[in-house]
Write a protein that binds this ligand. Structure first.
Ligand code: ARG
Length: 414
């Protein structure tokens, strides 16, 4: 039997896929669970995978790589899709595509498979990634080819003599990893409907969060977070810690109507306490260490970077180009930020950096002010020169009354 490597979550869809790929398609199925956080227990994965007919179950702990090479660069790049979504699901897909291809090569497989449906973004991210990395591998997507209802899947497994006790499932479709939790479908499909309490699992309702907030300080090194309250932590420890603290204070809930790559608007709920805190903190260090021009261009690059990640173009030259700029901007983005978490909100209350561009003697209104007030007059004269010349030559007649009144007295009287 030809070998196939399946991206395996241990859930009903991909477990059914194992049986289906073996029985209907004649593959020797290797189930690969890529743990990017929140994976099921290895024992459960193995038991289910083998019961469903996999010849082998491989569990890869990819959490550290996921944060170091995917989530943290996206954080440093300021990548929030449509200013809202920290891209947890989207960032994990290229990593999974890469590991699927690597394991397929190692196992001598001719095909890979994933459990994505035919109307989401994830199928695009998987397929584009896999085909870019190895165009010779065949891709099979059982759910896209033959969508079965939950009942039909359970029945199909039973018919094939596979008895697994499935946990009761809510009405939502959920994807989660250490960087965030994505929830859609069910009652959320009505964008007017407030998310029911059970849609949120990582975060307490801000109304029920403690009335006393908490301060947390985060250290950044060249754009990447490294410490919490002065303690040096591994990426996994750091993000887990912040997910916990943030969740306990109701931080990190996002309710978003977003544009899928396949042209559909969809309503999605996200929970991403650590990402929310880190984005706020990172932005505060950048405000201190980047120039006005760097901040301005970087905002534009960030939007482009987020689209690229969302749209599944991770393995592209465009990405390399954007990443080169983005990482270059981060060389002085090191420092510490203090944030207050309180009932769902994150507020920066302090920041410091060795390479800070903030200069108190320039900023102060006190007597030790070092700013040259007189040179401001000359600066303003030249700064406003083009505007004044153009207004005289071209605009004065056309300026609406209100603006004409606002002209400097001297010019208005001429
Ligand atoms: N809309 C998000 C994205 O495309 C998350 C999709 C995750 N899937 C889910 N079942 N909630 O990246």
């Amino acid at each position: 039997m030809p070998k196939l490597v399946l991206a395996y979550s241990g859930g009903l869809d991909t477990t059914t896929a194992i049986t289906w790929l073996k029985k209907e398609r004649g593959y020797d199925v290797i189930a690969l669970n890529i743990d990017v956080g929140m994976s099921r227990e290895q024992a459960v994965l193995e038991e289910r995978g083998l019961a469903a007919g996999a010849s082998k179950v491989i569990v890869e702990d990819a959490r550290e790589d996921f944060l170091r090479y995917f989530a943290f660069p996206a954080l440093a790049g300021g990548a929030l899709y449509q200013d809202a979504y920290p891209l947890a699901t989207a960032l994990a897909r290229p990593l999974m595509a890469k590991l699927l291809v690597d394991i397929a090569h190692g196992e001598g497989a001719v095909a890979v498979a994933h459990g994505c449906t035919g109307k989401g973004n994830d199928q695009v991210r998987f397929d584009v990634g896999i085909r870019t990395l190895d165009p010779a591998l065949e891709i099979v997507a059982p759910t896209r080819e033959e969508a079965m209802s939950r009942e039909a899947e359970i029945e199909y497994l039973q018919e094939n003599g596979i008895a697994i006790a499935w946990e009761v499932k809510g009405s939502f479709s959920i994807d989660e990893n250490i960087w965030g939790r994505s929830v859609e479908a069910g009652v959320l499909e009505d964008p007017w409907m407030a998310p029911p309490p059970e849609a949120y699992v990582w975060t307490i309702d801000p109304e029920d969060a403690p009335n006393e907030g908490v301060d947390v300080s985060i250290g950044f090194e060249e754009g990447f977070p490294t410490t919490v309250d002065g303690e040096l932590l591994s990426p996994v420890e750091l993000v887990e810690r912040l997910n916990e603290i943030g969740g306990a204070h109701g931080v990190g809930r996002v309710d978003h109507v977003e544009d899928r790559l396949v042209g559909i608007k969809s309503r999605e709920i996200y929970e991403a306490p650590a990402a929310t805190i880190l984005f706020a903190g990172h932005k505060a260090i950048e405000a201190l260490t980047l120039s006005k021009q760097q901040l301005r261009l970087k905002r534009q690059i960030a939007a482009e970077y987020a689209e690229l990640i969302y749209d599944g173009l991770w393995f592209s030259a465009h990405h390399q180009d954007l990443a080169a700029y983005m990482l270059s901007t981060q060389r002085f983005v090191s420092g510490e930020v203090r944030l207050r978490l309180h009932r769902g909100s994150v507020t920066v209350t302090g920041r410091r950096a060795n390479s800070s561009l903030y200069n108190r003697s320039l900023a102060t209104y006190d007597r030790d002010d070092a700013f040259d007030h007189e040179s401001a007059v000359g600066f303003i004269d030249i700064w406003g020169l083009q505007t004044r010349v153009q207004a005289r030559q071209q605009l004065l007649d056309q300026l609406p009354e209100a603006l004409r009144i606002a002209q400097p007295r001297e010019e208005a009287s001429q």
